[in-house]
Design a protein around this ligand. Sequence first.
Ligand SMILES: C[S@@+](CC[C@H](N)C(=O)[O-])C[C@H]1O[C@@H](n2cnc3c(N)ncnc32)[C@H](O)[C@@H]1O
Length: 333
Amino acid sequence: MSDESTSMNADERITVRNLLHGEGSPFELAEDARSGLASTPKTLPPKYLYDASGSDLFERITEQPEYYQTLTELEILRRIAPLIVDRVRPTALVEFGSGSASKTRVLLDEMRRAGRLEGYGMLDVSESASRAAAAALIQAYPRLEVECVIADFEQPQPLPFPGKRRLLAFLGSTIGNFEVEGAQAFLRGPAERMHDDDAFLIGFDLVKDIAVLERAYNDAAGVTEAFNKNLLSVLNRELGADFNPGGFDHLAFYNEAEARIEMHLVANRPQHVTVIDLDMIVEFAAGESLRTELSHKYTRRSVEALLEAGGLALDLWETDPNGKFALGLARRR
Ligand SMILES: C[S@@+](CC[C@H](N)C(=O)[O-])C[C@H]1O[C@@H](n2cnc3c(N)ncnc32)[C@H](O)[C@@H]1O
């Protein structure tokens, strides 16, 4: 049985397809929580961080002075958008993990300047963020057609606008949230569905000074901490759990051997948590952690290897002058 629901917004330029809800949905918090909370170490996939509050908190993270990623990527995007649009000549932009789609506007503006802007496809788990972004975009781009797909990008989906020449985008170094094999598997989805003329623009946060990396995930205002702890509210609300956020501390550190930031919630005392919907009691020893997010950091060489394993090849590589962040343009191999 298909659980897909499609609705045409009041403004007929937005189409929303929700592939998440209903029987057979791949986006199953209950299953993931059952296995993740019973495993050693305890883990949950980062996609559950992005309910409506989590999406808002992520936007606030991007405004923190320690979080260099957003402004640095934006600066590179502004510099190379004309080159990319000239090289790919897309009429549609299709973005994975689009969120508020604010950086996206640099690409949409350039496509419009080139007289080529027709469609924008956005794929994200966050319905609230996607609907808000789509509504703002049709105001800003009066002839733009927006296809909004609420889905888990780990499940290969048909790509919007198959009849158009497409620039795919995956910004914010969200690709770093996958395990290495997961990132390869993710890339194979679009790689198999892209046409030869399509191209894929991907943001990569680069390996750098550990203090700079760790500061970005431990902002002084505590917004990343709130984002991390919001996961406990998601579990309490969605699964009838009784996590006490005060019983857990935010921990984010760089794991040099794996070239990744790891984000955890660490129990600051022994406790047991009841998860009514799962009929489960979860024991935490003092100091035991629940891993909530990975954020891999890259070099040009590791990106080339990742793309190759994902069925893609690097066509263009641009970094900021300080080598903090990179945008890679990839084609099908
Ligand atoms: C790190 S944020 C990046 C947002 C934006 N692209 C940027 O660059 O600022 C990750 C985005 O991916 C979405 N996301 C995370 N996991 C996802 C999944 N498995 N499927 C679809 N969207 C996901 C989140 O809702 C969020 O909007």
